[in-house]
Design a protein around this ligand. Sequence first.
Ligand code: KG4
Ligand code: ZN
Length: 381
Amino acid sequence: MALSHASTPEQIPYSSQGLVVLGLESSCDDTAAAILRRYDDGRVEVLAEAVSGQNEDHAPYGGVVPEIAARAHTEKIDVLAKKVLRESGLSVRDLDGVAATAGPGLIGGVMAALMTAKGIAMGAGAPLIAVNHLEGHALSPRLTERLDFPYLLLLVSGGHTQLLIVEGVGQMTRLGSTIDDAAGEAFDKTAKVMGLGFPGGPAVERFAKTAQDPERFELPRMLARDKSCDFSFAGLKTAARRAWEAIEKPSDQDRADLAAAVQSAIARHLTERTRRAMEMFKARFPDEAQPRLVVAGGVAANAMVRASLKAEAEAQGFDWLAPPLKYCTDNAAMIALAGAEHLALGDVDGLDAPARARWPLDADAAKTAPASGSGRKGPKA
Ligand code: KG4
Ligand code: ZN
């Protein structure tokens, strides 16, 4: 059920004024700020949001250049924080909490939002919430939907491809993840080889639309016999590069056909692995009358990926949900929401919370993959 978004606090038929949280995001190549109010019943009202992308800065390199990203974040994060405060008509004294992505991500970028958040939290006398970016994606559907736990989440972005059971705030179990590239990376790297432009995902999707014969390229079925929920995209990337290099003078039609072949191979792989995860979810929660599959992350913007997953979810008896596109890609509203949900549980951080390049979301991964920082909010074992 979609939530109604009342435009003024007077219209909201609840006595509680909820929690007002500023969220900041700068872990990859989008600088973003958002302010939202989260009511005690979980309802959310986004009061203001702003995002500044860096595609033009990175386009000449065909990928995100960490130094360029960090500099752009540092220049823009304060401006965006001020902008959302101004647009929401609030001052820092109205904030109940200040949330920032503290990892995982490009460390120079992560530091930009985290440092700014610390300064604002100090000035506001409000607690800091150091948010795991992946948890932001995991909770993002709750920005616009009344969505109860547990649900199955497929997180597909430029840096991550994971299947998780989300059982509560801070409670995630990983069913599978990529053993090499992320799905978004597979799009980006193939697009780079074919000279389609950056970011690769939207470029591949655009070219694929004009394909005449996507079947002419045979691309491998990744992990076809593997019984886990893991993903692998390296073989596909190599096969696509070989196919591309074998074409003597590539035309736009060649580009379109190969782009379409790559897109359907990625969509098929994501769907096959998610089918396994849905089976596991049903076995684990046999009493869940209406299980739910949520797809989040930048790759969820892809129409074919969405359609393929939706069809499979329906076949498996799952409700299918994806956040609106602006909340599928990196954004600060999801960070503010994750911050507000932790704050509502009294779960806040000290101003010494570290920026972390690595920060696995689930407890099992935490046992084998130590994070670079030592913050209390690290993976809870
Ligand atoms: O979630 P996101 O904005 O950033 C992180 O990686 O955290 O995801 C970005 C990724 C990029 O790899 C981009 O190529 C991919 O999402 N992407 C798409 C589409 N739009 C963005 N991939 C396929 N089709 C799209 N339409
Ligand atoms: Zn992301």
